[in-house]
Design a protein around this ligand. Structure first.
Ligand SMILES: [Zn+2]
Length: 288
């Protein structure tokens, strides 16, 4: 029997970064040291491309400018396979640690680098670690001024490092004095007045798959809305070198790596997915 949610097409997204770019490792890995690590991002992203091809799924890939500069062939392949290439910034810096000027320089360099290699206009941005929070809302103005069509950086949850708990749970227009921007938030379910994340990251790796399946099904069935799923290439790489970090960070980042690839295959069978651009029918803005 065809599931009742079959007609809802959800959004698949991948933040294309290497295992040593993770924000929680910032105090053990300096930016100057990135080139000294063995890079695994190209190989891991290729594996994701294969899985998506097998399932006939298109995704949005938020690529770091740093990655686009070093692996242009990878970015071209992503675009050639019909996926959307968007921006994850250049140097994976948390927005609330930057000045507006520093952010503008970073996001402008990343957009130029990615457009240069992909040959397509970049429409969307996702901040490293969802770091658009109350104190960094100025970043939205910068994105509008830099010609972006949408942002996908505001998570409507309570979290130790990110989130604006009472912001809308589904795509909406963010109105700012300098203009408007479409916001495509990370997905949650609302239970007992609290928003709980259901679509990606550590929750997908570490909680039973049934939680993700139930949550996405519930949003599709009851709210009739797509979810925005997110993952990283390093999440399907159990052999990645381990960083010397504390126990809590180790648990958060390394638990469940060996089962995530198989889980993704199930997810791609259980639900329909496409890119942000396709699901929301977006085109480059005339101002860009
Ligand atoms: Zn990231």
């Amino acid at each position: 029997m065809k599931p009742a949610t079959a007609e809802i097409v959800n959004v698949m997204t991948v933040d294309v970064e290497d295992y040593f770019h993770v924000s929680a490792f910032d105090n053990v890995v300096s930016r100057a040291g990135w080139d000294t690590f063995e890079s695994r991002v190209s190989r891991n992203t290729e594996q994701l491309l294969e899985r998506f091809a097998e399932a006939n799924v298109r995704s949005t890939f938020f690529v770091l400018g740093w990655v686009a500069e070093r692996f242009p062939a990878l970015v071209r392949r992503i675009a050639e396979q019909g996926h959307e290439v968007a921006s994850h910034g250049f140097h994976h810096q948390l927005l609330y640690m930057l000045t507006p000027k520093q952010f503008r320089d970073d996001v402008r360099a990343a957009k130029a680098a990615i457009e240069d290699v992909s040959g397509h206009a970049v429409l969307g941005f996702r901040a490293p670690s969802y770091s658009v929070i109350e104190s960094s809302m100025w970043a939205i103005d910068v994105l509008i001024e830099e010609g972006f069509v949408y942002d996908s950086s505001i998570f409507p949850i309570h979290h130790d490092r990110y989130g604006i708990p009472n912001s809308p749970r589904h795509a909406y227009m963010l109105k700012r004095p300098v203009g408007t921007l479409l916001e495509v938030p990370g997905s949650t379910i609302r239970l007992g007045g609290v928003n709980l994340p259901i679509a990606g990251g550590g929750y997908f790796r570490q909680l039973p798959y049934a939680w993700t399946k139930w949550g996405i099904g519930r949003v599709n069935r009851i709210e009739r809305e797509p979810v925005v799923f997110y993952m990283h290439p390093w999440e399907i790489d159990p052999d990645q070198p381990r960083m010397r970090v504390g126990r809590a960070t180790r648990m958060r980042h390394y638990r469940g790596l060996e089962r995530t690839g198989a889980r993704l295959a199930r997810l791609l069978q259980d639900f329909r997915f496409d890119s942000v651009r396709s699901v929301l029918s977006l085109a480059p803005s005339s101002a860009a």
